[in-house]
Design a binder for this molecule. Sequence first.
Ligand SMILES: *Cc1c(COP(=O)(O)O)cnc(C)c1O
Length: 397
Amino acid sequence: MSFLSRHLSQATRRALLTPHIRLSSTAASPLEASKLVIEKTSSPKAKIPKDELVFGKTFTDHMLEIEWDQATGWGAPKISPYHNLSLDPSTIVFHYAFELFEGMKAYKDAQGQIRTFRGDKNMIRMNKSAERIALPKFKGEELQKLIDQLLILDQDFIPEGKGYSLYIRPTMIGTSASLGVSTPDKALLYVIASPVGPYYSSGFKPVSLEATDYAVRAWPGGVGDKKLGANYAPCVLPQLKAAERGFHQNLWLFGDEGYITEVGTMNVFFVIKDPKTGKKELVTAPLDGTILEGVTRDSILELTRQRLPADEWIVSERKFTIHEVKEAAEKGNLVEAFGAGTAAVVSPIKNIGYKGEDIDVPVALGNSGELTAQIAEWIRKIQYGEEEYKDWSRVAQ
Ligand SMILES: *Cc1c(COP(=O)(O)O)cnc(C)c1O
């Protein structure tokens, strides 16, 4: 027995040894796409007809898995037939929510190539989520290469046509089998994919929202800006309550001021006209730690800043309240509003219930505002490779 182990308590010894373990883990293997092993299915699934697809209910033939161990690092990535996971009931993910996820899509372009949209942003966000809950980080480009291989293998599952896509769900869980609340020493990163139809099969359908004033989604210093599974279960009840009162979704407010933050699981944008200058302002909440850093949100901000005439438009990330929106609506200055996220790209809003009153949101084109429709088209063209914009669309190869 060494001096250390004889004279120090177990806890102190662990504290002293932890930095040592951390140091040696930097020598552990990084995630490497070149180590990929593929085991193909021998019983391919029947393809569901395009018009019968239900979001997130059916999956492709294969899945990608990469195991991580604190001592050895990332193992060899494996693509194998879609299967159940087998985990000890004490596994840390089941008790303390060591889980994070991403949501992205693959699209077939007119040449039959497979494209993903700004996946590098998803990889950065996934690493931020991992860091926050003490799960391992990885090189985003390596996971993107692996996802490309899964997409190529399962490409027959990517439905073709406007609005059709393959939803991709990268996930990471802590897999240490222990009830101790501690840093997971084992993790599993996996990716599954589900074919999806257009969010709006026959044109936009504007939604009605209920402003939730009795619960908050996220708070300063919290984790609302990370895609952690733990953020989502508590959001379902307020959505259910909104639905019971006849609304499609709920609008998340924050604080006594009634700051507008997000809608359901989407970022939210409003267009408000300034009657003095005649300029229109496209406004969304700033990334203050309570807002999920949406890839769609970021894309909308960049495209509108670049493409809307500066003498007619202002694009803002700033705090704004339900009262400001209500007043703008009453004075005829509210132009349009929409949610923004990967699933729908944009989702027009037609009214907001707030403390028993209705705030009517104009939908100039009948089912959406003009800017909402314009943005949907700009982004769709880039996603389906009809237009190249910077490096936003990646062809799997
Ligand atoms: C995923 C998500 C969004 C949208 O992010 P995208 O990257 O645009 O899909 C917005 N808000 C919440 C709470 C989310 O979980």
